[in-house]
Design a protein around this ligand. Sequence first.
Ligand SMILES: [Zn+2]
Length: 261
Amino acid sequence: MLPPIPDAFRWTDESWGPALRCRALEDLAPHLFTTRQLRLSSAADWQQVADAVGAAELAILTQVHGRAVVTASRGMGHPEADVLIGDDPEMALTIRAADCVPLLIADGASGAVAAVHAGWRGTAAGAATAAVEALARNFRSRPQDLVAAIGPSIGACCYQVGSELVDAFAAAGYERHLVDRWFSTPREGGLRLDVAGANRDQLVLAGVPEAQIHVAGLCTAMHLGVLTSFRAEKERAGRIAGVIRPRPRPSPRWPGDRRPC
Ligand SMILES: [Zn+2]
């Protein structure tokens, strides 16, 4: 049984089993979020991910919980960063997560895309904001043209954290009203962090229209039939991947797109 999801998303049937796709993002770029049914432990597993989005190659980072950005290129290796951007339709951008937020972004105007890995450290560092800024810098993307999908991550329901995280967000310069919005203390006690909500708010603050940001709203710790959670499963946790490929641009009618005089 697949958990219910908002209308903006749909479950699809892939070679390994279920995957999650965002309807609004589908119009702009082939993408998906994998499930625990794909273990991501072998080259053959990763080939299934590439095939599912029609990519020749996957760009995969060494994730370090920061805000550094890498532009995907052929044979790039696995540089340390948490944000990938690119516009090469042969290369799908890939991030891995097991509670952290997997965030996929596409620019409807330029065709460029981004993939972001943001746990609490990356969120405090502003990884989502860094992605919007890098798309603007490298591909002239305007925030109002961006569509974003926030995949499954640990929900505030299951993400009890220490007060040092509040201090870390405050030290990173976020205004008090934002920190108060992202951290809450439910009646049963324990400080909670809404890491998906914080990323959504960062995109809005960066200029992405709220109606173009879609949150799957699936808590990884509560849906272990299809997802996987480091908090819930510790060392037994697997990973899910978020992957997005720039849509091929129509080829120019004339070589170099220059019409003869
Ligand atoms: Zn939960």
